[in-house]
Design a protein around this ligand. Structure first.
Ligand SMILES: NC(=O)c1ccc[n+]([C@@H]2O[C@H](COP(=O)([O-])OP(=O)(O)OC[C@H]3O[C@@H](n4cnc5c(N)ncnc54)[C@H](OP(=O)(O)O)[C@@H]3O)[C@@H](O)[C@H]2O)c1
Length: 372
């Protein structure tokens, strides 16, 4: 593929509003900007006073388990590092038996629980994984909980700018949608018949699943550079909730829930972990041709480096699995400082409020206890 590095990213295509916001503080280059941008943008276009957001923030500070996870057999996809590994560790500590997955289980050092090979974008890998799981010495005959957690960030402009990159771009978008959505549907279908009666199927979606972009705050965050990530997570959120409704209507006893973290300190945006829609350096993952993309990458890495600990997501999963009826969709974050800033909650909620103003179905919410 020949790439013209001079014209691949034409900065004149960045409109002046976005350029102004990107310039305002070095494009989210520092996590401290997290509090500055929304204030600036929200002042310009303030949401009506009655519109507020009240996410269900987890993990709960005051929590009484209703059921025990001790002895339960739990499968976690994408458990070689980050949220998946922390969740496995927390469940082990609570007495569960855990099997995790990695695309290259043999290369993972020091996992405290067994890891099996699984690439959720490959139907052949999924079939081999199911066979390996059922043949594993720890497999008790059924799965008490499946945590669909595997995922990758996505970086790149929402359109292929250079015509020579269209095939590359399309294949990367397909990979993103498979990794964030289609793969989870396939894994869930492959393991559905192996679930225990009363078992749980859960998904690491994201607070990104609740956004569609297009706002000034979103653009200040480089949201359009993550278009397939938002699309994949939103699709997964819809799938998970439709699965939940079906399971309930069909009286299967299978419970379904989604866990939606704000910014979490993991290697999700590091090196080549993200999916790149444009050619990148094979070591750093930085774009070879698009300086603005690299600013967005730097800002996102800074945001995640300052994010909440993965153990907060892990504790959320443990709490949901200790409920008789898990809360269907929860956010991992906090409205209390310092976690509110650390998890970028204020920033992302301000973006959601701005988005609400532009929605076809604008919501006006009264504070809790005052709903009409
Ligand atoms: N960090 C955040 O701020 C944040 C916020 C909201 C949601 N999330 C979501 O949380 C989940 C976990 O991410 P993380 O933050 O913990 O990042 P991470 O440390 O990069 O972990 C990602 C995991 O997914 C696995 N994975 C990647 N592609 C895969 C594939 N095709 N098939 C199977 N496994 C694959 C990786 O395993 P191998 O590389 O070993 O295969 C790794 O274990 C993701 O779904 C992510 O979108 C993260």
């Amino acid at each position: 593929m020949s790439i013209n590095k001079d014209n691949i990213f034409d900065d004149t295509r960045v409109n002046s509003s976005r350029r102004r916001l990107l310039a305002a503080g070095g494009v989210i280059a520092a996590a401290s900007l997290a509090s500055a941008i929304p204030v600036q943008a929200a002042k310009k276009n303030p949401p009506p006073m009655e519109t507020q957001m009240f996410p269900k923030f987890y993990p709960l500070a005051d929590f009484q388990p209703e059921v025990s996870v001790a002895g339960k057999f739990i499968v976690i996809t994408g458990a070689s590092r980050g949220i998946g590994r922390a969740t496995g560790e927390a469940l082990l500590a609570a007495g569960a038996s855990v099997i995790g997955t990695s695309r290259d289980a043999g290369a993972v050092v020091g996992s405290p629980f067994p890891l099996l090979d699984l690439d959720i974008t490959s139907p052949a890998s999924i079939a081999a994984f199911v066979a390996a799981l059922q043949a594993h010495g720890n497999y008790p005959g059924s799965i008490d909980a499946l945590i669909n957690n595997a995922g990758r960030f996505v970086f790149g402009t929402p359109t292929p700018i250079d015509p020579t990159l269209v095939d590359y771009f399309n294949s990367q978008v397909d990979l993103a949608m498979d990794t964030l959505y289609g793969g989870h549907v396939r894994v869930t279908n492959a393991l559905l018949g192996s679930m225990s009666a009363g078992g749980s199927i859960m998904f690491t979606t994201s607070v990104a699943a609740y956004g569609v972009g297009g706002t000034e705050i979103g653009e200040a965050l480089g949201q359009s550079f993550l278009s397939p990530y938002y699309s994949g997570k939103r699709a997964l959120l819809a799938y998970a909730n439709n699965l939940r409704g079906f399971m309930r209507t069909a009286n299967t006893g299978i419970r379904v829930a989604t866990v939606n973290p704000f910014a979490i300190n993991t290697p999700l945006a590091e090196g080549t972990n993200p999916i790149a829609l444009e050619p990148v350096d094979p070591v750093t993952g930085n774009s070879l041709i698009n300086p603005t993309l690299n600013l967005v990458l730097d800002g996102t890495r800074a945001l995640l480096a300052n994010g909440l600990p993965a153990s907060d997501v892990a504790d959320t999963y443990v709490q949901l699995l200790q409920m008789n009826e898990p809360t269907p969709n929860v956010a991992v974050g906090s409205d209390q400082e310092p976690k509110a800033t650390q998890g970028a909650n204020e920033l992302l909620l301000a973006g959601a409020l701005e988005e609400n103003q532009e929605s076809a179905a604008t919501l006006g919410c009264a504070p809790p206890g005052k709903s009409k």
